[in-house]
Design a protein around this ligand. Structure first.
Ligand code: MN3
Length: 179
């Protein structure tokens, strides 16, 4: 996690800043072709920054409440949508483990329906590309688990539930519902 934060996330931020600088210069020069050429770099590195910024707040050590899911509106909504908290965990885990290559598994809120939904995104595409508000993300890039879990993505996803910061997700849910 240390390496993930100090190296991988930092690289997305550095590359995003570089691409944005070039984009602003291209915009000033009214160079539309260059602006379009820079969009993939902005999407990838910008998405990487957005996703990781959510991810770190979604996690907490067990000593600071990680894994502790108190009763409340979020738990009620999860039970309503997925049957039980365990069934929700099972479904999001299965979807996340099944992603081909690199990507993210998400619990999001559909703002039009005001309902919880699961989704996966490839690479660093943010959940907004699927029209959902992100609540809880699971990074299943190999860099997220390789050092500790080798190639066994399923073990990493199973273990992550013990450090989920439910308070943060509850806050995100309340905010998303109020929009
Ligand atoms: Mn990552």
């Amino acid at each position: 996690m240390q390496l993930h934060y100090t190296k991988h996330h930092a690289a997305y931020v550095a590359n995003l800043n570089k691409a944005l600088e070039q984009y602003i210069a291209a915009e000033e020069a009214q160079n539309l072709q260059q602006m379009i050429a820079l969009q993939p770099a902005i999407r990838f590195n910008g998405g990487g920054n957005v996703n990781h910024s959510i991810f770190w707040t979604n996690l907490a050590p067990i000593s600071k409440g990680g894994g502790d899911f108190q009763d409340g509106n979020l738990k009620k909504a999860i039970i309503q949508e997925f049957g039980s908290v365990d069934q929700f965990k099972e479904q999001l885990s299965t979807k996340s483990v099944a992603i081909q290559g690199s990507g993210w598994g998400w619990l999001g809120l559909n703002p039009a329906k005001k309902r919880l939904e699961l989704a996966t995104c490839d690479n660093q595409d943010p959940l907004s590309t699927k029209g959902l508000i992100p609540l809880l993300g699971i990074d299943v890039w190999e860099h997220a688990y390789y050092l500790q879990y080798k190639n066994v993505r399923a073990d990493y996803v199973k273990a992550i539930w013990s450090i989920i910061n439910w308070k943060n997700i509850e806050e995100r849910f309340a905010q998303a519902m109020s929009k």
